[in-house]
Design a protein around this ligand. Structure first.
Ligand SMILES: Cc1cc2nc3c(=O)[nH]c(=O)nc-3n(C[C@H](O)[C@H](O)[C@H](O)COP(=O)(O)O)c2cc1C
Length: 353
């Protein structure tokens, strides 16, 4: 929406362009706040409290009111709003900046809206995606997608879709096969499923892979003469993760977003007070949230990868982290790089028992 042009002002944790280790505080103004100062006042108000009692299907309203002992749906709907993800995007930007130091870059685009599917030409023109009103890499369907949104708005309806997030330059070995709660794909799935309205996550073409024999699914491994990893995969149907660990290929996540629940032409529902059949409450609402959800997806992937990266490489400052990273990559090439052959693979580093 036009009103939502967020800008983050850094308040703390940074000095002369460098982080200090203290919390990075960021201030992002909610421009709509001016209209809600009374109804959302922290202290009790004199005037009438306008309660929301008509439950909205597809929202947190019903379980939230039951669970938290509320009589006013507003006490649930404000926190359940995806505005909360603004903070995640701001924190994710810090993670992206950190990982950029190690050549890791994040990209995202819409791959379908409703039944309209994008088939973008490779390599994707990312500048074009940033300029596209629907964040689509395929100019052939962009207009159709926009028309679909306009038609839904006209009909008082909403539109869902699928988006893709890619992390390029991720080193082999983030995450772990050793414990269920350190598996990188599991952590990514949790992070994406926590985005409002996201109802499905696949790593690489996971559902498509189920329709193929194994011989056409598993990515053949070959030696790589250049790059940080001494091996590479001919394809990337695994989406960059095997055994809960990054395998050196780009990490590719596909994310299913349900159509927005608040409809311009509200669905039938129930009033909390009377139990009578009513039309669901209408709150200022978008028609399609798939393009902005891409940006939240990039942030969530960055948060998870930054955690996994620091777990693997550690360090209390960038030089230290870089030294650990470079040492790891160098070690891989020394043990398995070109010219080492099978003997190289068998050699153990001196301190490895
Ligand atoms: C970027 C973004 C914007 C959203 N905007 C709206 C909106 O305008 N109206 C709405 O009803 N839901 C919107 N949602 C979805 C709701 O927040 C979400 O459906 C609701 O919190 C219920 O949670 P669930 O769908 O995850 O189960 C948005 C979601 C995202 C990711």
């Amino acid at each position: 929406m036009q009103i939502e042009k967020d800008y983050a002002r850094v308040l703390s944790g940074v000095r002369h362009g460098h982080t200090l280790g203290s919390p990075i505080g960021m201030y992002i103004e909610n421009k709509d706040w001016a209209n809600w100062q009374e109804q959302m006042s922290i202290t009790p108000i004199e005037g009438e409290v306008k309660r929301v009692t008509r439950l909205r299907p597809g929202h947190a309203d019903l379980p939230g009111v039951m669970k938290y002992g509320q009589q006013d749906v507003r006490n649930v709907l404000e926190r359940a709003s995806a505005r909360e993800t603004t903070a995640r995007v701001a924190a994710g930007a810090v993670c992206q900046r950190l990982l950029e130091e190690f050549g890791i870059a994040f990209r995202s685009h819409v791959i379908s809206l409703g039944k309209i599917k994008a088939t973008p030409r490779e390599p994707i023109d990312w500048d074009r995606v940033e300029e596209s009103p629907v964040r689509c890499a395929d100019p052939a369907v962009e207009k159709e997608m926009m028309a679909l949104i306009d038609a839904a708005r006209e009909a008082g309806d909403t539109v869902g879709g699928v988006f893709e997030v890619i992390a390029y330059g991720v080193p082999v070995g983030l995450g772990s096969h050793v414990h269920w709660d350190t598996k990188l794909d599991a952590l990514i799935a949790q992070a994406f499923m926590s985005i409002n309205a996201v109802k499905g996550v696949e790593i690489g073409p996971a559902f498509g892979n189920t329709e193929l024999p194994g011989s056409q699914v598993h990515d053949i491994i070959e030696r790589a003469s250049e790059g940080p990893v001494p091996f590479r995969h001919v394809t990337n149907r695994a989406g960059g993760i095997v055994g809960g660990m990054s395998n050196g290929e780009p990490i590719v996540v596909h994310v299913a977003v349900k159509p927005i629940s608040t409809l311009g032409r509200p669905l039938p529902s129930v009033d909390l007070d009377t139990g009578e059949r009513v039309q669901a409450h209408y709150e200022r609402s978008d028609v399609c949230q798939v393009p902005p959800a891409c940006v939240i997806g990039e942030a969530m992937l960055a948060l998870v990868l930054a955690d996994a990266f620091m777990e693997k490489f550690g360090g209390d400052h960038l030089v230290e982290t870089r030294r650990n990273y470079v040492g790891y990559v160098k070690g891989l090439r020394e043990r398995f790089g070109p010219g080492r052959g099978a003997a190289g693979a068998d050699e153990r580093p001196p301190d490895d028992t």
